[in-house]
Design a binder for this molecule. Structure first.
Ligand SMILES: [Mn+2]
Length: 321
């Protein structure tokens, strides 16, 4: 059944936009127990560098689901013990006052347990709520598994059983979990199409996660590359152009980087969206108020795509206007 965005139980953050606002959306951390199956562990340093930047720069952090890997791990304690420094940093975004908190948490399929009982989280983040979706001006932010039959209802229960009892063991030997759209471009295309359809029907702009593949203005990076260069392998969808109604933040479990989407409001109804990648860069020059310095290895923020919404909406690459 097609997804009805108006049927989601949403937190409405729109009242916060009066004075502008900076939001960063990151999805699919899949934080685990530090074993070979914990795909987040290799990126935790990069992720913490990104979070520290957003904390300092006054952003509100929207965590868009599958933050905790509760399909593979039955104990949140072990996830917390493994990634304590991450939870300390997240704690600095949190405020028990829902009107002030800068840590907005949405559940996905792998951490849907929080929907029924966010109790264990509340020991770390007093009073925290975990939402199905967030409304922010023209945007609806949701995890996106609602459009994936393998990850909702009975499908989710079967997938969870397989992941818990079979794949978490195999993953330690490097075998991926086949229930994830992340490992299947065809399923990824279907979920993107369903989320894009939901956005068109509702007149809202959708920002989701779940597929682990960044999408900007309805184009994945390879689809955009095809439009720009005419080059692609046969399985890549041929789209006619960008359409600023559907975006996907990607994930924090890419092999060497994390991706996210920054939404910076420049007026009550105008904002700038940027798809960013954070990752290690060799020989990077880092400039601060004290001048510029070269480092053998640095964690850098790289803008990949940027668009202005509210003003004449022209998709463009940063520095190319
Ligand atoms: Mn998911």
């Amino acid at each position: 059944m097609p997804l009805d965005l108006d049927g989601l139980r949403s937190l409405d953050l729109t009242p916060r936009l009066g004075e502008g606002g900076r939001f960063v959306v990151m999805s699919d951390c899949h934080r685990g127990d530090g074993s070979g199956g914990d795909e987040f562990a290799r990126n935790s340093l990069v992720y913490k560098c990104a979070l520290a930047h957003y904390l300092e720069a006054g952003f509100t952090y929207v965590e868009l689901g599958d933050a905790e890997e509760l399909w593979e791990n039955d104990s949140f304690d072990q996830i917390y013990i493994t990634h304590t420094s991450v939870y300390d940093l997240l704690g600095r975004f949190h405020d028990p006052d829902p009107a002030k908190t800068r840590y907005i948490k949405v559940f996905g399929n792998h951490d849907e347990d929080w929907r029924e009982d966010p109790g264990p989280l509340r020991d770390l983040f007093p009073g925290i709520e975990v939402h199905e979706a967030v409304t922010l001006g023209p945007f609806v932010l949701l995890h996106g598994h609602q459009c994936d039959p393998a990850c909702t209802g009975l499908g989710a229960r079967i997938s969870r059983y397989l992941v818990r009892h079979l794949w978490s063991g195999l993953q330690r030997f490097g075998i991926g979990d086949p229930t994830r759209a992340a490992e299947n471009p065809g399923r990824c295309d279907e979920i993107d199409a369903a989320l894009h359809g939901a956005a068109r029907r509702s007149g809202k702009i959708v920002v989701a996660g779940h597929t682990h593949r960044p999408v900007f203005a309805n184009l994945s990076l390879t689809e955009r590359r095809f439009l720009e260069t005419g080059r692609a392998t046969p399985g890549i969808r041929r789209k006619e152009g960008a359409e600023a109604v559907y975006f996907n933040a990607g994930s924090c479990v890419h092999p060497r980087s994390v991706t996210g989407i920054e939404i910076v409001f420049t007026g009550a109804a105008a904002c700038r969206l940027t798809l960013v990648k954070w990752g290690p860069v060799a020989g990077a020059e880092v400039c601060t108020a004290d001048g510029c310095r070269s480092y053998p290895l640095a964690v850098n923020r790289t803008p990949l795509e940027e668009i202005q919404i509210g003003d004449p909406a022209t998709p463009s690459r940063p520095g190319n206007q």
